[in-house]
Design a protein around this ligand. Structure first.
Ligand SMILES: NC(=O)c1ccc[n+]([C@@H]2O[C@H](COP(=O)([O-])OP(=O)(O)OC[C@H]3O[C@@H](n4cnc5c(N)ncnc54)[C@H](O)[C@@H]3O)[C@@H](O)[C@H]2O)c1
Ligand SMILES: [Zn+2]
Length: 347
């Protein structure tokens, strides 16, 4: 029995840029086969994990492994330029492949370098955090941070394949695991159904299947892809106002509970469905309340939410909410209702 037989496969259907996502224990061992399929003669592996944990490109290609720093501070234009220079020194050509191995900060940065080098060369993502496996590595968004803000410089660059090796997750610190569950929890309400009780590979597979379907229908985030933003309007505001003391997934957990309560306050869903939000978020060990430290910050949360990327001129407050016709962006939500729901969500 081959070691990779137990893997799940999800295809992101984007025509001539379609690609597979392989999910399960040992998925990194597919790399040589993937490289052969791409016709690469060289592979440049950029890893934020220890060198020994990086996927092996195999003996058929010339390869190099470069260890890099990760985290938000490493998502810079300078890092991208540095990677491109390393690719050039190694002699990477347009027919070769870049491989990223790390969390979302690494797949975002390496993805952008691959998009720019030689005007774009194939990249294979090997995400190692739960958040990167369920979200960041799939969908083709790449970006780095600027001094003025997060993810301000980037491009769409779809990977050639994604290998979600669940063996990596064994070393993940508990807080990082919970952080990843924030993205899985919101999938419950945007079409994935109830994933509680499934094994981790199945939960990742279901989340990726959902994201793949949405990305295939709206690659450039002009409409449908906004449903992936479920729980994120308040989530992003909490991240900002807490100066990123609250992690992304944690903030999305709180934002998901808020989205349920707001939809209820607007008469879009019943009390049971609203309560389900809280149950699911709590099930994953995520926070369900706005931390006490932000108690006096509702005005800041509201003004931050007004700057949300879904908001166009004259839209007012915009949230992605559940309702009788399913999940959709809702514009012009009255601030008084938002304030009332926030007040009820205090720790
Ligand atoms: N492109 C997208 O669509 C998209 C979507 C969501 C998030 N993102 C980006 O992803 C980033 C967040 O992802 P993240 O949480 O993975 O960030 P990260 O890369 O900073 O990783 C989080 C932490 O987990 C550690 N880590 C990763 N894998 C590990 C492992 N196997 N064992 C032990 N420790 C491990 C890292 O060293 C780091 O300390 C943000 O920069 C965000 O903007 C991008
Ligand atoms: Zn998110």
């Amino acid at each position: 029995v081959s070691a990779t037989e137990a893997l799940n496969r999800v295809d992101v259907q984007l025509g001539d840029r379609a690609y597979p996502v392989h999910i399960g224990p040992g998925a990194r061992r597919l790399l040589p086969e993937i490289l052969a399929g791409l016709g690469a003669s060289a592979a440049f592996v950029v890893t934020a994990r220890p060198r020994e944990a990086a996927p092996d490109p195999g003996p058929a290609v010339r390869s190099r492994v470069l260890e890099v720093a990760d985290g938000e501070a490493a998502k810079t234009m300078a890092a991208v330029a540095g990677l491109c220079e390393e690719f050039a020194r190694f002699g990477l050509t347009r027919g070769d492949v870049v491989v990223s191995c790390g969390g979302g900060s690494t797949t975002d940065t390496v993805g952008l370098a691959a998009a720019l080098y030689h005007r774009g060369i194939p990249v294979v993502h090997v995400p190692t955090s739960l958040l990167a496996q369920v979200d960041a590595s799939v969908g083709g968004k790449t970006a780095v941070n600027l001094p003025s803000g997060k993810n301000l410089a980037g491009t769409y660059w779809q990977p050639a394949a994604v290998l979600c090796d669940t063996d990596y997750l064994a070393s993940l610190p508990e807080r990082e695991r919970v952080n990843g569950y924030g993205e899985i929890a919101r999938c419950h309400f945007i079409g994935a159904g109830d994933l509680r009780g499934l094994g981790i590979a199945e939960q990742i597979t279901a989340s990726v299947t959902l994201k793949a379907r949405i990305v295939a229908a709206d690659e450039r985030d002009t409409g449908l892809r906004q449903v992936l933003n479920y729980g994120h309007t308040l989530g992003h505001a909490i991240e900002h106002v807490s100066d990123f003391a609250v992690r992304h997934g944690e903030a999305v957990g709180i934002g998901t509970v808020f989205a349920g309560r707001l939809a209820r306050a607007l008469g879009r869903i019943d009390a049971a469905r609203s309560g389900e939000h809280e149950e699911v978020v709590r099930h994953y060990g995520l926070p369900t309340r706005i931390p006490a430290a932000l108690a006096a910050r509702d005005p800041d949360l509201v003004s931050q939410m007004r700057r949300d990327k879904k908001t166009g001129p004259g839209d007012g407050l915009v949230f992605v909410l559940d309702g009788p016709d399913g999940v959709e962006p809702v514009r012009g939500v009255p601030e008084s209702v938002v304030r009332g729901v926030l007040a009820g969500l205090r720790e």
